[in-house]
Design a protein around this ligand. Structure first.
Ligand code: NAD
Length: 356
């Protein structure tokens, strides 16, 4: 999977025609972003150690884009390897998706989370500064708004976290702000995602969690294909219209488009660090999501209401106004689109990606 070093085409540093390194490009959000980068006229190279993804994703990406994708399979924490990549490849910008992301697991394995998420970022940003690569788009998360934020959440809210995963995002944001002070030529985007769902319209790329899914939509998908018996709804006594928590679900295609918009914007902003929420601005309840999914599948699905889950809050949704105005971006996919696309992916691939 290791692509031969290439010198690359002379990179246009502005707008289209950038050569973009996508870390974690075989993952759920990274893979969808790779497709849109290529469609927008950029050249892509990927670093992924396949800790939470499968190499078969790359075959699918190559089939969908009709492009050969240089893939460098290694752990970004390998500083020497990362620097070698930057020394050999022309790279105009980086989108940094690589990291561990399971909230629950992060409480059980905090050191792994801090080590992986922070370590890979140190290694990456050090190599970028050594080799004069100034543009970085970082996958942050709405989790940095912590447990007590009001809704809708805007980028000026204070940050905090309730679990080690969330703290890695808060810390990396701070580290990147500090780097930008020391290296004012840097142009860094902190993208705070809400709840990414959906799948590529081809039905051949989607979310493939290992083990029992942590998130609502992958869980419903697995109930719908019979891999799980029923949906467990954690509490229906919240102060929300139907008693179940409200979340801001965003189609992964909209999320990917937000990254392309951010990359373009980094060329024209004077700010060293920009923070943008990527969300729809709308809260959808668990029951609303379940019913939308039932419409996509064409039948009802079994569920059971159980007790609240520690750490869950009643409502979390974005104020996406800044991204709407500054990026000219807004989410266009409805909840029904998200469910239809997720179901197409899951029904075509009930067991997710094959190993080879
Ligand atoms: N999916 C979500 O709900 C969500 C929400 C907010 C933020 N995010 C963030 O977005 C990013 C991408 O999320 P995703 O859902 O695509 O996750 P994912 O696990 O599908 O993708 C992450 C990819 O990074 C790779 N990776 C992990 N550590 C690595 C390392 N040290 N070196 C090289 N590769 C490594 C994994 O193999 C995987 O392919 C993550 O940083 C995540 O924290 C995700």
């Amino acid at each position: 999977m290791i692509g031969a070093p290439t010198t690359g085409a002379p990179g246009a540093a502005y707008g289209v025609g950038m050569r973009v390194l996508v870390t974690g490009g075989a993952g759920f959000i990274g893979s969808h972003t790779v497709i849109q980068l290529i469609a927008a006229g950029h050249d892509v190279l990927i670093v992924d150690n396949f800790a939470n993804s499968k190499p078969t994703v790359i075959n699918r990406l190559e089939a969908i884009t009709s492009k050969h994708l240089p893939v460098h399979e290694f752990d970004l924490r390998d500083t020497e390897r990362t620097e070698r990549l930057f020394a050999h490849e022309q790279i105009d910008a980086v989108i940094h998706f690589a990291g561990h992301k399971a909230v629950g697991q992060s409480s059980q394995e905090p050191l792994d989370y801090y080590q992986n998420n922070l370590g890979s970022t140190f290694s990456l940003v050090r190599a970028m500064t050594l080799h004069g690569v100034a543009k970085l788009v970082f996958s942050s998360s709405a989790t940095v708004y912590g447990a007590n934020a009001a809704v809708p959440m805007n980028e000026d809210f204070p940050t905090s976290a309730t679990n080690p995963y969330g703290w890695t995002k808060v810390m990396i944001e701070q580290i990147l702000r500090d780097v930008a002070v020391a290296q004012p030529e840097m142009r860094i985007a902190l993208m705070r995602y809400f709840n990414p769902v959906g799948a590529h319209p081809s039905g051949d790329l989607g979310e493939d969690p290992s083990g029992e899914p942590n998130n609502l939509l992958p869980y419903i998908c697995q109930v719908a294909v019979g891999r799980l018996e029923k949906l467990r709804i954690f509490g229906d006594d919240y102060d929300t219209p139907d008693g179940t928590p409200l979340r801001d679900y965003i189609h992964v295609e909209d999320l990917a488009a937000g990254h392309i918009a951010a990359l373009v914007r980094l060329d024209s902003t004077d700010r060293a660090v920009s923070t943008w929420n990527l969300g729809t601005g709308k809260g959808t309840s668990v029951f609303e999501m379940l019913h939308a999914f039932e419409r996509a599948v064409g039948r009802t699905l079994p569920y059971e209401v159980v007790g609240r889950r520690a750490g869950d809050i009643a409502a979390s949704y974005a104020d996406p106004g800044r991204a709407n105005t500054e990026l000219g971006w807004s989410a266009t996919h409805s909840i029904d689109d998200m469910c239809t696309d997720s179901w197409r992916w899951q029904s075509r691939h009930p067991n997710g990606y094959p190993d080879a």
